[in-house]
Design a protein around this ligand. Structure first.
Ligand code: CP
Length: 301
């Protein structure tokens, strides 16, 4: 993985995912090590973020590295009309690794092609979110004891939810059975469904969450991605499609764990938070250890 960019989860192999997850276990035991001393990581966030940016920055700080960057593109020279290419060429000169979130699909690939340092995609539009995927894999393995042969139920905005696209692709390496619950307008893109079919795996589609929830080992809830809708009325129509509450967990499997990449709006009621099956805040914590493992691997440390 040394000196390689991570733009799509498909850039890495199953063996490489497992290497990162195994290394993250060691960082979970001891997150404060000074192995990034002398390294500078640039975090360029052209879109809002709490968990991804701060967990990357926490990860770097705990490893003794330094962080530069911006969390609001309006404070960068992008607001004066500077191109993404010129920004990336410039920041390549200031850092050893670039972490970038951008609203345009394909922007991270473009950045990786012009940068002289590795680029980690922290989310490009509705396309990919590979580091969220790695922490999701870590959390699934942590809660289930395995990544193999699981029933994964995805609920919500499967069209625009980039975390779903990355995670589905990764889980095709582990013989998952997929259950997709969404409004008709927000179904999983055909390109991802074709990817599953090519791996000869099963998937099922539903509009009613109650038809799928009892099958779940992992229930992966997602937010309806308001910022991706061009028609606000369309968003208003689907925004409350699924609201998970504690009563809906009656009769679900004992090993069920509820994940969510967060932020949540209203798709998980707060009465679920105290359930032993709720695992989304531990999931967000795992982002620090997995991102430590990823950066250390890419920087050859
Ligand atoms: N999961 C995730 O990407 O969260 P943020 O948007 O807060 O970074």
């Amino acid at each position: 993985m040394k000196n390689r960019s991570l733009v799509s989860i498909t850039d890495f192999s199953r063996e490489e995912y497992l290497q990162i997850l195994d290394r993250a276990v060691e960082f979970e035991k001891n997150p404060n090590q000074r192995i990034l001393q002398g390294k500078v990581v640039a975090t360029l966030f052209f879109e809002p973020s709490t968990r991804t940016r701060l967990s990357f920055e926490s990860a770097v700080n705990r490893l003794g590295g330094r962080v530069i960057g911006f969390s609001d593109a309006s404070s960068s020279s992008t607001s004066k009309g500077e191109s993404l290419k010129d920004t990336i060429l410039t920041v390549s000169n200031y850092s050893d690794l670039i972490v970038m979130r951008h609203p345009i699909e394909g922007s991270a690939r473009w950045a990786s092609e012009v940068a002289s340092v590795p680029v980690i995609n922290a989310g490009d539009g509705a396309n990919q979110h590979p580091t969220q995927c790695l922490l999701d894999l870590y959390t699934i393995r942590q809660t289930q004891g395995t990544l193999e042969n699981l029933n994964i139920v995805f609920v919500g905005d499967l069209k625009y939810g980039r975390t779903v696209h990355s995670l589905v692709q990764a889980l095709t390496n582990f013989n998952a059975t997929f259950h997709f619950v969404s409004p008709t307008e927000l179904k999983l893109p055909s390109s991802v469904k074709i990817y599953i079919k090519e791996k000869k795996l099963e998937y099922y589609q539903y509009t009613d969450i109650n038809e799928a929830i009892q099958k779940a080992d992992i229930l992966y809830m997602t937010r309806i991605q308001r910022e991706r809708f061009s028609d606000v009325m369309e968003y208003e129509r689907v925004k409350n499609s699924y609201i998970l509450n504690a009563d809906m967990l009656n009769g679900t499997k004992n090993n069920l764990r509820i994940l969510h990449p967060l932020p949540r709006v209203n798709e998980i009621s707060t009465d679920v938070d105290s359930s032993p099956k709720a695992y989304y805040f531990q999931q967000a914590l795992n982002g620090v250890f997995v991102r430590q493992a990823l950066m250390a691997s890419i920087l050859g440390l």
